[in-house]
Structures are given as C-alpha cells and as structure tokens.
Design a protein around this ligand. Structure first.
Ligand code: ATP
Ligand code: MG
Length: 915
C-alpha cells in the first residue's frame, strides 16, 4: 500500500466505526499562549476535554500535522540521526468524548492493525500502566483484560508512570495509557541480539518502536495533587503515520518509505551524492558505512525532514522570523542549511529546490501546500540566501579569530567568542567546532555552555509568568436567563469540578453591557507586575483573536467599579484582565464594554474585509490574507503578492472600498453554520486557521468571510478609508496599513494644516504648485551663477598664488591659508597643478564653518625624483589640527577639528618636504 492509501484506509476504518472524519487543525497555533505548535492530535480538542466546548460529535478521527521541536516534546536533535523521529509528522488519531472507553478503543485499534492492515500479531507488544502505590492508583487491570482478548500474556508489559500515565499539565485531565510497540527487526538482527522483542520495548532500540499510544483519560488532577474521577471519560489516541507506513511497507527506516524516498531522490539528483538505505547498508553492497557516507545520510534525512516542517509551517501562515514561533521555524531551516552546507557541499540555496517534489507527493492530501507553492519556495529561498550570507560572514570572522590564536601561540578558541558567533551571527557551535578542528584548534565548550546558560536565564527572567491557582467563585453558570440554547449539552455533562463546572456564554455580538458573575479568577505575576484574570459566566467582552484586539471597559455594581484593561482569549473563552479584584467577587456585576473603542475596532475590522475583497479584485486571486491587526486606531493587513502594489493600484483599491462604504451595506451574519455549508455560501476560509465544526460567516455584499470578530452593523459606519502605507514584510508578503473614520478625519486635518502652512510661506499663492516650481527654477539658476562666480574666483586666486610662488632650493613653493569652502580649496590646488607643470609643492589650508582643511598638491617629479608622498605629508601634518586624511602620492587632503592648528600644519608640510 502507498502512504496515501494507508492514510485513506485509516479514515475509512474509523468512518465505518461511526467517527466523524475531521480536518487536521493547523500546525501553527495562534490562540493558545501555552503552546506554539500542535504537538499531538488532542491539542485541538483541549477545550472539549476541559469542558468549555460541546463534545458533539462524540466520535472523531483525523490525521493531524504535528511539530515536536519545542517545549514538552522536543525531538529536534534526534531528527536525522535516528530513522523514526521527525520534526513534523502526521499523527493519526481517534477520539471518544464520553462515548466508548477502554474496551472499544482497544478492540478497534487491534482490528485495524491486525484484521485490516494484516500486521503480524507476533510482532506486536502492548503496555499497560503498572499502578502507583503512593498515589493509590491500582494497575490498569481493566486495559490488560481487554488486551488479553487479543494477545498472549507475554505480549502485555507493565509500564511505569513516565511511559504509561498521561497528564495534560500540572492540573487537569489525566489517566493511564497503553502503547502498541512493533518489533520490526530482521531475522538476522533477532538472531544476533538473542533478545526477545518483549525485552526491547521502551529501550530505544531503533527496530522495536512505539507506533500507537492510546490514552484513557479518567481522572482530574486537582491543584493539591490529588485525583478525582473525571465526569466525562475521554479516549485520545495517537499513531505515528510515518512509522505505520514503514511497518506496512516492510522497511526499517521511515526514510525508506514512499513518504521520504522521492524527496531523497531529488536530493541525490541535485547534489550528485548517494543516499544508502537500510537494506543497502545491511547488505554492505554500498560504499559502506564510512564516516563520510554516514554524514551524507544524516544530512539528507535532516533536509528531507526539515523541508516538510518548514513548508507546512509557511503554508499555515508562520513565516520564519526572529521571535517566538517564527524563530523556531527559522532555526529548523537553518539546521537544514547547515547540514546541506557542511555535508552535502551546498554552498547556495538548496532546500527550496525540493519544494516541487514535496508538493507533488503531499499536495493532494494537503491542498494548502499546492495552493501556496510559490510563496513557500520564495520564502524558503530568501531565508536560505540570508543565512548563507551569515555563514560566510561567520566563517570570515572565525578565520580572523584563528589567525589571532595562531599569532598568540594558542590552540583553543574561547567559549565567549564561540558564543558571540552563535548569538550574533547564528553560527552554530558544532559548525564552529568543525571548522576549528579542521584547522587544528579546539573550542572551550564549557565556557560556551556557561554563556548559553546565562542567556537562557536572562530570557527566562524576562518572560517569567507566574500563575496562581484558579479560585472558584461561583460554581455554576450564572442565573436562569435561558441563554443556554445552542449549548444544549452544557447541562447534560457535568464538567470537571476544578474548572468551576461552567461554560462561559459570550453575548458580545448582541450586547455591549450584560449582567454577570465571576466564575473564577487567578493572580498572574509577570516581570514583577501583578494582575488578575477573571472568567465571567456571561460576557459581552471580545477576547483578542483573529488580529482584533480585546475589549476594555468596566465591571461595576453599586458598590464599586473595576477597570477591565484588556481581554484575552484562552480555551475558547474571554479572560478579563484587571489590576485589582472586586471587594466582593461573588456579587453580581454589570460588564460594560468601552463602546467608543469597540466601535472603532469594529469599523476597522469590517474595513479589512472590504480591503481583502478589493485587493483580490485589483491584484488577482492569488491574494491570500497572511495576518492582520485591528485596533481602535489603525488596521494592518498582510497578504501574499509578489511585487510592489503600484500607486495607481492603491488608489483603485481605495476607491473600491470607499464605494462600498457609501453603499452602506448591511452586515449579514450567520452564526453556527456547519463548516461545509459555510463554504457553499462562498465564504473564504484561510489556510492555517482553526475552524470549529460550526463557524460564523460574515458577509458585506460581495465580501464573505469566515470570521469570529466584531463588525460594524453596516459599512457606512466606517466613514472613510485611506491607505497610509504599503511595504514588504517578507519574501512574497506585502503589508498595507490604513486608517478609517475619525482617524482619517484627523489625517485630512493634518494634511490640510501643513498645506496651509506651506502656502503661507508663499504669500498664500493660489497656484501653489506653479509658484513652488518657479522658486525651484530660480534657485537652480542662482546656484549655477554662484558656481560660475566661484570658479572664476578660484581661477583668479590660482593665477595670483602662482605669481607669488617662492623658489626654495630650486622648488617652487606655494603655502597659503584662507577662509574657503572645501570643494573650492580642492579646485584651487588642481588649477595650480594645471598651471605649473614641474618642481612645485603646493599647500593650501582653508577654514570653513570653523573646520580646518588641508590640501597638498605635488608635481610628478617631486614624487618620482624626490621621493615625496602627499598622502604621508598630509597624515603627519593633520595631527597638528586634530585631524586625519590621505590620498594619492601627488595629491592628498585632510580635515581636522582644530582650526588653530592649521598654520602649524602648513608649516609641517613645508618642513617635511625639506624645503
Ligand atoms: P517516542 O517515545 O518514540 O518518542 P512518544 O512517547 O513521544 O514516542 P507519543 O507522545 O505517545 O509518542 O505520540 C504518539 C505517537 O506518535 C507515537 O506512538 C509515535 O508513533 C508517534 N510519534 C511521536 N513522536 C514522533 C516523532 N518525533 N516523529 C514521528 N512520530 C512520532
Ligand atoms: Mg517522544
């Protein structure tokens, strides 16, 4: 079976078991401050598991793009060196939210692997949680019993808490898990090792590896560490797709499957080098496991893997950059460039050449790749080029450092220097070491580590956020105002008690003020600043999301008024930020949004939709939103487009948007529309955005988008739209900044005021442009006159000085000092040279604007026959006026700071010329 067929068979199997097949969430996470990238299939269901989103449909399955390069799961350093960990990989998963539990999950997994895919049961081992006496959790006998229906006892292995007990975090849902491991050793390997597969499970053997993990969430861990039963049991499974394909294709390395081989073949073709597969290595038919062949293999694996990670993340809207998630991607790309540079001899950009192969292989399953191929290649090439320049620079710095070491008779590069190379030039330690080694030097690694540690601490202190536990104020959802419709399940499933057992209701699309209670709050400390986060039962406050900033406003009742300074969004809920807690947190409040700011944000958000529409009309369908920022006073919109937007195009876009504003198109909003239906409405879905099962569609006439943001009730509210800048943010990405409404009004007043001020300079002339053009003409003519006049003066002066030249030892000497502009002084000595052909020394000192200047001109015979050098004379003499300069042997000049030293400097030239 091909990889694509295997992916389909998984979906088909779980579909036949009544699972809803859902799309992969984006790999890049945009709305969770605790996680930058999806690292497991369950990430996108976190809010369901935490009880803040309805669980229907309760059975789901998908393939999820995962990235494990930071935080809790970081496999980056393994990747390429082993053959079964990737940075980006697909995790096949099936879920049950309060539907089937252990028995169903185990039976289905077994049926799929053995009955459908025909894996040999003798090669399969399963683990179950051995229990934890100190936590009073017994062994997971239940799971073991269900496994025993399928496998012999000696294929069931007890596992410890580290491997077989899954926890979402310090608190929250957790439970035992069962992993399925496969023994894929060759008969020779089995014979040589003499160990059974059972003995190698979880022992890091590259041929006895975990392929599927089935998590049974059944407990909730409380803040005090104790466990209580979870109200809704959850099945969460994750199977590594690349590992599964490898088993089914009878390979011994993920890279030998049809997922990676086409990419590796492309690498071979470009580099002219050969990759050796597991079989080739094993049969010794290849040029062997020499060290250099091993390095080539590692480098090819690294590049094939990282190509996927970087391409998928760009397709999901995360470009390489110098901060946060963007920096993680940049580091992955640089790791690949480094391996290609060092071991594959690629001194020029290389990875981007592999993009067509990747798109050819994976573009059908992941259309976002196909649609954005051009952007991916462009961004990748630009990043590669930039990093290669950095590498060159680092190498030349390192060369210099090694030269200095050699001169000082040392053989060790100090770690501080190596760290500076790393930190400032992105020059990695292993490359520094490699180059040093090649030149007979070592690097002080311990020192490097100390510097690295110091930097990490600096970063940690700067970013440290301390969250205290949530304090539950009100245990159940507000009062009985009957707003529960649409959340019909909120009552049927009691939610985890440590979360307050409630789901917040957002009423902000219809209200800006609403009665509410505080459900829970917690204290947050960041950089010594303290504030509180509040979750309300009902809230009209919009939490920052989709580029639109969060609302601010107040929480008030008769007793007090608390300012809400910002609203964030976490796990599908608005979290309100306040500086102080109410005296009585249990009281009833009115939550009131600052409507001036809200209306301005809403108008700007609506304007971005119109802008998006107009850009597509004017520039073409390739325009895809790549980011946006909407606040009360401005809007910013990033989009894919490969050249500068011309002034004429900008004007056309502005006219189109303003026309739509004048049409005063009413907001046409559809809430809770099933995703597929929304697409039929013609709504534009963005690659890299996470959409729930039900979505909201926002339409203003021809502009129709998936959007959860707050909008103007009609386009007329925007008032007026004006683009204030157009620029490039990255390869293939343009940025437009614009203003609307009141901000535009201010913009126009400012422009008018400065125009009026300019007009006043010209006696309020009616034809301002004509008057200014005339002034410029006059100015140019006058400048020309002055230049002619000056040239004449210089000419006269030259004649005068030549006539006055003194004869000293047979040499004509001109030494003169006067106030003069620098370029006139230079012209003067050149004029003199034209008049006196041989045997002269001319020194002219001039002062302009309080700054001294020295010009020295020599005849050619003074240079040739008398060994004089104007450059040397000037350098020496300029010291006397605190200056420096230089030039050629026959002419040189110098500027200085001290005009009082000028005459001494002139004398010095005369003296040095031995006259
Ligand atoms: P391992 O111990 O092999 O690193 P894990 O315990 O980290 O695996 P889980 O977190 O349970 O794995 O993830 C579920 C499944 O995802 C694994 O059984 C495996 O098949 C797959 N998987 C995990 N990490 C990777 C990776 N870096 N590359 C490819 N597949 C992976
Ligand atoms: Mg792991």
């Amino acid at each position: 079976m091909t990889a694509n067929e295997i992916r389909d068979s998984f979906k088909k199997f779980f579909e036949s078991k009544q699972h809803a097949i859902v799309p992969s969430a984006p790999m890049v996470i945009k709305d969770d401050p605790t996680l930058m990238f999806t690292n497991a299939g369950m990430n996108q269901w976190k809010d369901i598991i935490l009880g803040t989103r309805e669980p229907e449909p309760r059975r789901r399955a998908d393939t999820q793009k995962c990235l494990r390069v930071s935080g809790k799961h970081n496999d980056l350093e393994e990747v390429g060196h082993d053959t079964y960990h990737h940075t980006m990989f697909e995790m096949l998963g099936n879920w049950s939210f309060g539907d089937y539990f252990k028995e169903g999950a185990i039976d289905m997994a077994w049926e799929y692997l053995v009955d459908v895919l025909k894996l040999n049961p003798e090669d399969l081992y399963v683990t179950v949680f051995e229990g934890s006496p100190e936590e009073n959790i017994p062994r997971d006998d239940e799971a073991a019993r269900y496994w025993a229906k399928h496998v012999p006892e000696d294929h069931i292995i007890n596992g410890n808490k580290h491997d077989n007990f899954w926890e979402m975090g310090d608190t929250g849902p957790c439970g035992p898990c069962s992993e399925i491991h496969v023994d894929s050793r060759t008969p020779e390997q089995r014979k040589a090792s003499g160990l059974s597969g059972r003995e190698l499970v979880n022992k890091d053997d590259p041929q006895v590896i975990e392929i599927w993990n089935i998590v049974f969430m059944q407990f909730n861990r409380k803040a005090d560490g104790s466990l209580e039963p979870l109200s809704m049991n959850v099945i969460d499974t994750g199977m590594g797709f690349e590992r599964l394909v490898r088993m089914l294709q009878g390979k011994h390395s993920n890279y030998d499957t049809d997922i990676f081989q086409p990419i590796i073949k492309a690498e071979e073709q470009i580099t002219g080098l050969k990759y050796t597969t597991f079989e080739e290595e094993a049969s010794h038919a290849s040029p062997a496991s020499s060290a250099s062949q091993a390095s080539i293999n590692v480098a090819m694996r690294v590049c094939a893997d990282h190509l996927r990670a970087v391409s998928f993340s760009i397709a999901d809207g995360q470009l390489p950059s110098n901060a946060k998630a963007g920096y993680v991607i940049r580091r992955i790309l640089r790791r690949a460039v480094r391996y290609a540079y060092t071991f594959l001899g690629q001194k020029e950009s290389f990875l981007y050449k592999l993009v067509p192969t990747l798109v050819h292989e994976m573009g059908d399953a992941f259309p976002e790749l196909k649609a954005q191929q051009q952007l991916i290649s462009k961004v990748m090439k630009e990043e590669e080029d930039a990093f290669l320049r950095t590498l060159e620079k680092g190498i030349s710095l390192l060369d210099k450092a090694m030269e200095e070491l050699k001169a000082a008779g040392k053989t060790e590069l100090d770690g501080v220097q190596a760290f500076r190379l790393f930190d400032t030039y992105g020059f990695p330690l292993d490359l520094t070491e490699l180059i040093c080694r090649e030149n007979g030097f070592t690097v002080n690694e311990a020192q490097f580590d100390v510097e690295m540690q110091k930097q990490k601490e600096r970063a940690r202190n700067a970013a440290a956020v301390e969250n205290s536990d949530w304090v539950i104020v009100s245990p159940k959802l507000g009062d009985d105002r009957g707003l529960n419709e649409g959340n019909s399940d909120a009552g049927s499933d009691p939610l985890p008690p440590n979360l307050g057992g409630s789901e917040q209701i957002f009423v902000g699309y219809d209200y800006t003020e609403y009665e509410c209670h505080i459900l829970r709050y917690r204290k947050v400390t960041q950089k010594k600043n303290e504030f509180y986060e509040l979750v309300l039962d009902y809230t009209p406050f919009y939490g920052e999301m989709g580029g639109q900033v969060g609302d601010c406003g107040v929480l008030c009742n008769e007793a007090e008024t608390i300012e809400i300074i910002d609203t964030k969004r976490e796990n599908n809920q608005s979290v309100h930020i306040v500086k102080q807690l109410p005296k009585d947190p249990a009281a009833q409040f009115m939550a009131c949004v600052d409507t001036d700011k809200r209306d301005a944000s809403a108008a700007n958000h609506t304007a971005t939709h119109l802008l998006d529409y107009a850009l597509k009309q004017v520039l073409g369908d390739h325009v895809e939103q790549k980011g946006s920022y909407v606040s009360p006073d401005t809007l910013r919109f990033d989009f894919s487009h490969f050249e500068k937007v011309s002034d004429a195009q900008i004007r056309e876009v502005e006219r189109m948007v303003n026309e739509m504003i004048r049409q005063d198109i009413q907001l046409d909003e559809h809430r809770d529309v099933p995703f597929e239906e929304a697409k039929k409405l013609g709504a534009i879905a963005l690659f890299g955005e996470k959409y729930g099962d039900k979505v909201r569609v926002v339409r203003f006439g021809p502009s129709c988008e998936f959007c959860g943001g707050i909008h103007a009730k009609a386009t007329g509210k925007i008032g007026f739209f004006k683009i204030i800048s157009e620029s490039s943010v990255a390869a293939g990405i343009r940025r437009i900044e614009a203003k609307t409404g009141k901000e535009c009004e201010e913009l126009i007043y400012n422009t008018e005021d400065s125009l009026r001020a300019v007009r006043a300079f010209f006696n309020n002339a009616k034809d301002l442009q004509g008057v200014i053009a005339k002034y410029i003409e006059e100015h140019d003519a006058m400048k020309k006159d002055i230049e002619q006049y000056q040239a004449q003066r210089v000419q006269n002066l030259a004649v005068e000085l030549v006539a006055k030249a003194r004869l000293v030892n047979g040499v004509k000497l001109i030494a003169d000092q006067r106030a003069m502009m620098p370029n006139a002084a230079k012209d003067l000595v050149f004029k003199i040279r034209e008049m006196m052909t041989e045997s002269f020394v001319c020194v002219v000192g001039s002062v302009f604007d309080g700054k001294p200047m020295l010009n020295v001109m020599l005849s050619d015979d003074m240079v040739k026959d008398h060994g004089l050098n104007a450059g040397q004379l000037v350098r020496e003499a300029a010291k006397l006026m605190q200056g420096g300069g230089g030039g050629q042997p026959h002419y040189a000049s110098a500027g200085g700071k001290n005009p009082d030293g000028l005459s001494a400097a002139i004398d010095k030239v005369v003296e040095l010329a031995s006259l």
